[in-house]
Design a protein around this ligand. Structure first.
Ligand SMILES: [Zn+2]
Ligand SMILES: [Zn+2]
Length: 231
């Protein structure tokens, strides 16, 4: 299932609980996150429904190296030839095929990472992205480093449409939330990271939860306000 979130930005459900985003740019398509191992099938079906071909996906930007975002990445690259990009601080996790013990601040988090279901094929990154960079060929996707959930977590601002793609920096499952601290690497860094997100947004996409536009985008900015005053 897919829907247009804003001009040039398509949201794709890769499972009932997970979303990826497709950006139509000046050099083909850029995919934000992949999903679990079954996600490539959903993504390739959507590409076909949009009248595009797999090789139109030129690059995949991963918001962070958690299994629900990266497990399908190696397979998707085989089908598309896309380059996989990630922030340097999460690169070792992507390449190791699992989240290390220091990647979760709480016991529950560390326990779940022992489950083979939460591991993935070790995946070499083709390159890294860093704070402030506009990703080449993406037609205006700016990287904002938002550490906390993971050390190399990023959100992406699609500048032409003023759309922010939040990854797991915030969730919108029923209500806006910052997510469980135990699953985050360094939960105390999260408020300062959210405070760095620019204002005047037209649309907000979440890896988990419903997107916000119009007055919803306004409520999101009010949600961010509390972190601006905390940090
Ligand atoms: Zn995550
Ligand atoms: Zn996630």
């Amino acid at each position: 299932m897919h829907s247009q979130l804003s001009p040039g930005v398509t949201q794709i459900a890769t499972s009932k609980r997970d979303n990826a985003f497709l950006i139509d740019g000046d050099d083909g398509l850029t995919l934000i996150d992949v999903g679990w191992s079954k996600a490539p099938e959903a993504l390739l079906d959507t590409i076909a429904a949009l009248g595009r071909k797999p090789s139109d996906i030129r690059r995949v930007i991963l918001t962070h190296a958690h299994p629900d975002h990266v497990q399908g990445a190696a397979e998707l690259r085989r089908h598309t030839g896309a380059h996989i990009l990630i922030h340097d601080a999460d690169r070792a996790w992507l390449e190791a095929g699992r989240v290390p013990a220091e990647g979760r601040s709480g016991t529950i988090g560390r326990l779940i990472d022992h489950l083979p279901k939460l591991h993935w094929t070790p995946t070499t990154a083709d390159g890294t992205v860093s704070d402030g960079e506009v990703v080449e060929g993406s037609d205006g996707l700016r990287v904002i480093h938002t550490p906390g959930h993971s050390p190399g977590h990023i959100v992406l601002l699609h500048e032409p449409s003023k759309t922010i793609l939040m990854g797991d920096a915030a969730f919108n499952r029923g209500k806006l939330a910052i997510g469980p601290a135990a699953l985050a690497a360094d939960p105390d860094l999260r408020p300062g990271s959210l405070a760095r997100i620019p204002q005047n947004l037209n649309a907000v996409g979440f890896a988990h939860g419903a997107p916000l536009t119009g007055s919803g985008a306004h409520s999101f900015q009010e949600f961010l306000q509390q972190f601006r005053s905390e940090s």
